[in-house]
Design a protein around this ligand. Structure first.
Ligand SMILES: [Zn+2]
Length: 143
């Protein structure tokens, strides 16, 4: 994939199809997340339906619980970094910009906002008005 790339759809009918496809994919991801969450919630109770803590799990149960946590985080991150939603604001219905250094898609509105913010911060920093050390790499990655 190119370093920086904007995927833009102008035709309203095609935009609608694109948005609906993204929504279907996000719903599929959410269904997977629900299954994982349900299995994790079942592990929070013993056979007599008493609430237990993570310390009460057997080593194999704990291993499964950690596996599910990892899977849940991974699925969530895959969805967040996909073209189905903006990594910054979560909107699923925008034209998207691929930010290769972060391996994630950002909506064009957020890219404009982040670029503007980064440019303003650089000016303030140059004039000594901004003394914090901002995440230059992140802001710069949109240019
Ligand atoms: Zn956004």
């Amino acid at each position: 994939m190119k370093d920086k790339r904007i995927i833009s759809v102008k035709n309203p009918k095609l935009r609608k199809i694109r948005n609906e496809m993204r929504e279907v994919l996000l719903q599929a991801r959410d269904a997977e997340l629900d299954k994982i969450t349900y299995e994790m919630e079942l592990m929070e109770f013993d056979k007599d339906d008493n609430r237990i803590t993570i310390d009460d799990l057997t080593p194999s149960q704990l291993e499964r619980f950690r596996e599910l946590q990892h899977l849940k985080n991974e699925n969530r991150e895959i969805g967040r970094k996909s073209i189905c939603m903006c990594y910054n604001c979560g909107k699923p219905d925008q034209d998207m910009f691929y930010n290769y250094p972060y391996r994630a898609w950002f909506c064009v509105e957020c890219v404009k906002f982040l670029k503007k913010g980064h440019a303003k911060m650089k000016v303030k920093k140059a004039h000594g008005e901004y003394t914090c050390d901002p995440d230059d790499d992140f802001g710069q990655s949109f240019f």
